[in-house]
Design a protein around this ligand. Sequence first.
Ligand SMILES: Nc1ncnc2c1ncn2[C@@H]1O[C@H](COP(=O)(O)OP(=O)(O)O)[C@@H](O)[C@H]1O
Ligand SMILES: [Mg+2]
Length: 248
Amino acid sequence: MTALLELRNVSAGYGAFRALFGVSVEVQPGEAVAILGANGVGKTTLARVATGLLAPTSGTVLVDGVDMSGTATYRFARAGVAHAPEGRSVFATLSVEDNLRLSFRQSKGRANTPAALAKAFELFPMLAARRHQIAGTLSGGQQRMLAMARVIIEEPKLLVADELSLGLAPIVVDEVYRSLRRLKESGSALLIVEQHVGHALALCDRAILLDRGTVSWSGPAREAAERVATHVFENDSGNDGDAAAAAG
Ligand SMILES: Nc1ncnc2c1ncn2[C@@H]1O[C@H](COP(=O)(O)OP(=O)(O)O)[C@@H](O)[C@H]1O
Ligand SMILES: [Mg+2]
């Protein structure tokens, strides 16, 4: 089977600084893969390379077997690779519903907008309950969910999510992960970058451990949970419980 995404011996960095050294990663259609590792090991850099935001200095990035190395982000998007939005990419003065409507009209067309809206509210009950609220008055976590609902309705072949749970209250993290699970069940592949390993490993099939810009281990998520149970990452607030609990 052709991998949906393949990073083949990829190196990447910023100016003279190298953050990734010959990294190889594959994501199969429908598969969920977690990228784990301490602060600064290159997880975000890998996510950027995987979505075309950063061109590798050497190596190859293939989407559906097509060499995309060095091509623009919009080409990755067209090929079905989406980057989960960071921060607050919402229209602050519009309601939750109008934010979604506007976005779905562009991505899905006017005729398909009501169905897309219904699906977004089904995936994110919190947004349904707040459909008339002005988006600017939502909490940071709620705004992130609104931004995520727009991406998810596009039904990407692969969603690359970098630290989606960062700074969110545990209850919001749970809702974000529930929506990711539904996205996976509907057939999308996921590449999830997390320092909070519990949620990621509970959702993912496979895990890849990064250490200072190289892959130090990869294997089934369950085995990763055993490994990282004895391995404390920096900045892990422990919101999502320990990895052993997630695997059990
Ligand atoms: N824009 C940048 N310019 C220079 N160095 C960067 C930049 N972004 C990240 N780095 C460096 O690249 C390395 C990997 O960073 P990153 O991929 O963000 O790690 P992680 O997401 O695992 O915390 C770190 O040493 C970081 O300081
Ligand atoms: Mg990062």
